[in-house]
Design a protein around this ligand. Structure first.
Ligand SMILES: [Ca+2]
Length: 134
């Protein structure tokens, strides 16, 4: 399955928390390739917090994975900043510190393989810290 309309979305991020879940939560299909492009006000960063993350887990997240990309210079230059598939990762970094963009765009990608599915994820996003004006 490629990027489908049911699992790819543009999300306008503002100062209030917006919730994003995988399609079908709790539960997900095999062979998904979903993405969310998050955009906030040009002068603010985007903060991502993981509320729940229960996936088929592996050490390198090679089966099912939620990837986080920072848009360094807009949407043409994505830098992968996280690969999440285990609850322990969330406890260590995302839940406590959040994941912060360097600019006003971020991309999330949810990929699943052809076997074993669990609940999936719930994350919340908002625009946070304001960038200095140039
Ligand atoms: Ca799987």
């Amino acid at each position: 399955m490629g990027l489908g309309s049911t699992c790819s979305q543009d999300v306008a991020v503002n100062g209030s928390w917006t919730t994003i879940k995988n399609p079908g939560y709790p539960g997900y299909d095999h062979d998904l390739n979903c993405q969310w492009i998050l955009t906030s006000d040009p002068l603010s960063r985007i903060e991502v917090r993981v509320v729940r993350l229960v996936m088929e887990s592996s050490r390198s997240c090679r089966y099912d994975v939620l990837e986080v990309y920072d848009g360094l210079h807009g949407q043409q230059n994505w830098n992968q900043t996280a690969r999440l598939c285990r609850r322990s990762q969330v406890t260590q970094r995302s839940a406590s510190h959040g994941l912060l963009s360097s600019g006003n765009v971020m991309r999330l990608r949810f990929k699943t393989d052809g076997s074993v599915s669990r609940q999936g994820f719930i994350i919340i996003v908002r625009s946070g810290e304001h960038l200095p004006c140039h």
